[in-house]
Design a protein around this ligand. Structure first.
Ligand SMILES: Cc1cc2nc3c(=O)[nH]c(=O)nc-3n(C[C@H](O)[C@H](O)[C@H](O)COP(=O)(O)O)c2cc1C
Length: 392
């Protein structure tokens, strides 16, 4: 299987299947000397862990992470970091039926067409469990970014038809350190980000709007009653981002973020800043005016979502991903079996009634991996920087 690695310098390879011995990641290219707090990695994994609320799969896994290499006396050594969590509660018999038919909306059919053979237990490599390795590796990238003053926060923007009203990147971005009368909307204050984080964690759906969270829970309960599933939108904010990061052609920062997001199972859409609304906007409305503020160049608005020409512009990066409803639903569905016969199926096993809350931390992890890599790739962009480094 090709394509299990992501990144150019800060490179991550994930491995493992849903019902195999274990899953994890190898991180190569992380600079030496980064203090690594294993507890922080575990905290991020716990946000993704199954069985935490009634809105996630009842599969109970500890997801205890072990670092097998690349960290010595609490710091990275610059060598590959191997992160491993063992599977503990496989119930592969629940999935034996799936071997014989193709679940609508899942990857069973395409895997068989491609490989002619698949680990059907829990979806094997196409399971949401694959994201465990991404989150463990992402937690290392998050610690690297934090040391540079860059912070990431993703949250549930909507579930089904219920949308979070309290936080909206256009209305929420606040005035920041202004000595002029110009109102700037391009930066979330540190306090704002902390509020967003704690409001998000107060909801079992990671939806930082108590009213919307309750309504979404009601909609989810009704959907579960009908043996159905729901989708939704995750919004992500990167704050403290310096200008000038990202490569201008194929490795545009927005292109790499889009790839990172669309590589997560069930993600079906990506939009940056004003997103798809730009199609109905006028240039005069959509352009973000530049203004000089205390010797720096800032933007009055942030429709661009913090990226121009594939390169960060120093504003917060703001984007959204659309997550489809969980494909494995318990109601009766029509499909085809391996012999090509039409069959009616009722899927068994343990499944998330909605993927969105569990994917929030996966979005943060993939964002961190993308930004960490872009920062390291950027190191050679100016001769000045190279001479300063080698002449020291
Ligand atoms: C965190 C997470 C949890 C998921 N949980 C489930 C699940 O319980 N049941 C299921 O059928 N799909 C689940 N998925 C989605 C499937 O992995 C995904 O839909 C499938 O691989 C097909 O890929 P595609 O939707 O990207 O086309 C989950 C995905 C993620 C990221």
């Amino acid at each position: 299987m090709a394509g299990s690695s992501f990144g150019t310098i800060f490179k991550v390879t994930t491995f493992g299947e849903s019902h195999g011995i274990g899953l994890g990641a190898i991180v190569d290219g992380c600079p030496a000397g980064l203090p690594i707090d294993e507890e922080i990695i575990q905290q991020y994994l716990n946000l993704r862990k199954p069985g935490q609320t009634k809105y996630s799969t009842p599969r109970k896994e500890q997801d205890n992470i072990r670092i097998l290499s690349g960290v010595f006396e609490g710091k990275t050594t610059g060598t590959p970091i191997l992160l491993l969590a063992e599977n503990e509660t496989q119930r592969s018999q629940d999935y034996s039926e799936i071997a014989s038919y193709y679940r609508p909306g899942h990857a069973d059919y395409t895997f068989d067409e491609k490989y002619g053979f698949r680990d059907y237990r829990g979806g094997g490599r196409s399971s949401g469990r694959e994201t465990l390795g991404r989150v463990a590796a992402g937690a290392i990238a998050i610690q690297f970014l934090k040391s540079l003053g860059i912070e990431i926060c993703a949250y549930t923007k909507s579930i089904g038809t219920v949308s979070c009203q309290k936080y909206d990147y256009i209305t929420y971005l606040t005035q920041d350190n202004l000595e002029t009368e110009t109102v700037l909307f391009d930066r979330i204050s540190k306090q704002g980000l902390q509020e967003l984080r704690s409001d998000k964690l107060a909801s079992p759906l990671y939806m930082p709007d108590p009213k919307a969270s309750l309504l979404a829970e009601e909609e989810l309960a009704a959907s579960m009653e009908n043996k159905d599933s729901l989708g939704g939108i995750i919004e992500c904010v990167v704050s403290g981002m310096p200008a000038g990061i990202g490569e201008p052609v194929f490795d545009k920062l927005d292109a790499n973020l889009a790839k990172a997001m669309l590589s997560i199972g069930a993600v079906k859409g990506f939009e940056l800043g004003a997103g798809f609304a730009v199609a109905e906007s006028k240039g005069s409305e959509n352009n973000d005016a530049f203004v000089p503020i205390n010797g720096t160049i800032r933007k009055v608005t942030n429709h661009a979502g913090g990226i121009l020409g594939g390169i960060s512009d120093g504003s917060d990066i703001v984007f959204r991903t659309a997550i489809k409803p969980t494909p494995s639903i318990f109601s009766e569905q029509s499909t085809v079996n391996k012999n090509g016969d039409a069959v009616s199926v009722e899927i068994k096993g343990r499944h998330d009634p909605v993927i969105v809350p569990r994917a929030v931390v996966v979005v943060e992890a993939m964002t961190a991996l993308t930004i960490a890599d872009a920062l390291l790739v950027n190191m050679h962009s100016k001769l000045d920087g190279i001479t300063k480094f080698y002449n020291n």
